[in-house]
Design a protein around this ligand. Structure first.
Ligand code: BES
Ligand code: ZN
Ligand code: ZN
Length: 529
């Protein structure tokens, strides 16, 4: 019986879509089937990995649908002897009158959770990856409305769908289709309907924040200049946040000589963005700082041309700050956040800073610029100093700062340098929820010595040799921070995805936006923020 259904279904697949419903009635004898307009509607169901060849371990939602379909889904799945493995899918057609496709996706072993060595929640990660694969396959089939199983973790399921469907095609004539995705209608019958829909919304908003970061990072630098970045941020955030756009004169009046030394090589004017989200009253906001180099040529210490196009993403820190603020404000988290984003281009020209030049930062420290390609730390130095003026309870900066962090950690995790054990624990906890990992790196005096040994000034901007490059960069930033709760995230290694994260397409990753949103969420539960 089941085998014949498979045969029939495969025949149905070959038929013209307009004939399908009529043929289906004949083939299956399904009396209530309608020639409905909803024949581009699909359903994603989760199953757990299960060795048995005569039973299927469905999720709660999937079980309900199987019952509703008189056990057809399990019958069809069991006609094939090989059980589904984690990450694999089976697509069934014409098993339910409401859906043209029912895609069954395997979400791994039941009960999988935190893996200590991997520092990740395997259950949640498998759900993200499994639903991501499912919605992309259904899009391929031309489905335009997709209902998705919560798979036991509604938030992770929503994140997987919305992250997978992102693509940057603003500049292409042919756009990729964006089917609508929503939580499976099984929630209609669930007692937790409201809380599940709330969780789905949270997952979708977390993904939306990361997708904004990805879009900003992917945009070409001729279109995303510092001025344009500020305009987009105003569009995206102005209804929820106060956005101040400071110009070069303002930066001069603040004595941001370090920031301005990077901007001076370009004809594009620098911008310093100050953004405030007040989800609660407090005198000690949480400060976010993001490196916003809209293009990094290296300046006079020019970079090799191969792969230089990726340096359009050198405003990744700024983008992740913006993406985090979008989600935090949409979720209306009860927290006070202030963000500081120095934006400029790093270009070689007749007016550019030269190796050996000495500049003075806002806190009066002098810096010998031995390499103009180590510009991120120069713009962050002033932004960190400025952020200290607002009595922040913590300062978190993000920057695509060094190639060395990519050598150390690759795309496995963002490198975190922090002077606070407590902050580290919170950020790590947040990353376990988001699946977007962090790894702690040292802030030893050993590295500080490398950047304070300087011929002409208080500090040099490269720390002598290439060894420990991410650590000397962090030690440099430390010279501009007094706050006892400081976290510096070097995100150069996680800047782009080349297939490592299954639910993110190839390209700029927007990592670790969701980790930072979760971190802010955790901090919002502490009264003083
Ligand atoms: N923007 C780069 C770092 C980077 C590298 C980001 C690869 C993303 C991918 C940064 O400004 C830089 O050029 N750093 C230099 C520092 C060196 C000159 C001390 C580097 O890492 O080579
Ligand atoms: Zn550089
Ligand atoms: Zn850079």
């Amino acid at each position: 019986m089941a085998a014949s259904i498979v045969k029939r279904v495969s025949r149905v697949k070959k038929l013209n879509i307009s004939h399908i419903s009529a043929r289906y009635k004949l083939l299956t004898g399904f009396r209530h089937f309608s020639t409905s307009k909803q024949w581009n509607k699909a359903l994603v169901l989760g199953v757990y990995e299960n060795e048995s060849t005569d039973s299927i371990d469905f999720t709660g939602t999937a079980r309900k649908f199987d019952e509703k379909a008189d056990g057809k889904i399990s019958q069809l799945l069991l006609t094939v002897k090989k059980p589904l493995k984690c990450g694999k899918t089976r697509t069934l057609h014409a098993v339910d009158p409401e859906f043209s496709s029912v895609l069954v996706t395997c979400i791994g072993k039941r009960g999988e959770g935190y893996d200590e060595l991997e520092t990740v929640d395997k259950g949640r990660e498998s759900i993200r990856a499994a639903v991501a694969k499912a919605v992309l396959q259904l899009r391929e089939l031309g489905e335009n409305e997709i209902e998705v199983d919560s798979c036991g973790d509604t938030e992770a399921s929503a994140e997987g769908c919305h992250l997978a469907l992102f693509s940057y095609d603003d500049l292409k004539a042919e756009k990729s289709r964006k089917p609508t995705v929503r939580i499976s209608c099984a929630t209609r019958y669930s007692q937790d309907k409201n809380s599940m829909e709330k969780e789905w919304r949270k997952g979708a908003i977390l993904a939306e924040g990361q997708n904004l970061s990805r879009r900003l990072m992917e945009m070409p630098a001729n279109l995303l200049t510092p001025t344009k970045f500020a305009e987009i941020i105003k569009e995206q955030l102005a209804d929820k946040c106060e956005v101040l756009v400071r110009d070069k004169d303002w930066a001069e009046s603040m004595k941001m000589g370090s920031f301005l030394s990077v901007a001076r090589g370009s004809v594009e004017p620098p911008v310093f963005l100050e953004i405030e989200y007040k989800g609660r009253q407090s005198d000690s906001p949480l400060a976010l700082v993001g490196k916003g180099v809209t293009f990094d040529t290296g300046g006079i210490s020019i970079k090799p041309s191969q792969g230089m196009d990726a340096m359009r993403g050198d405003m990744g820190g700024a983008a992740c700050v913006a993406g985090s603020l979008l989600s935090v404000s949409k979720l209306q988290l009860p927290v006070h956040v202030k963000a500081f984003i120095p934006l400029c281009e790093n270009m070689p020209s007749g007016s550019a800073t030269k190796p050996g030049d000495v500049v003075t930062a806002m806190n009066g420290k002098t810096i010998q610029v031995d390499n103009t390609d180590a510009e991120g730390r120069l713009i962050l130095a002033d932004a960190l100093c400025y952020s200290e003026q607002f009595n922040p309870s913590l300062i978190l900066d993000m920057a695509t700062l060094t190639g060395a962090i990519d050598v150390a950690l690759g795309a496995g995790a963002a490198g975190v340098f922090t002077n606070s054990e407590n902050m580290w624990n919170k950020l790590q906890k947040a990353s376990v929820r988001s699946g977007d990992r962090v790894w702690r790196m040292p802030l030893f005096n050993h590295y500080t010595k490398k950047i304070t040994e300087c011929q002409l000034a208080d500090l040099n901007n490269i720390g002598g040799s290439r060894s420990g490059g991410a650590c000397t960069a962090a030690a440099f930033l430390k010279e501009f921070v007094n706050n006892k709760n400081w976290l510096h995230l070097d995100i150069a290694g996680v800047m782009s995805n080349s297939g490592d994260v299954a639910y993110l397409g190839k390209g700029m990753s927007g990592r670790p936006t969701r980790t930072v949103i979760e971190f802010i969420n955790l901090m919002s539960k502490e009264t003083k923020n």
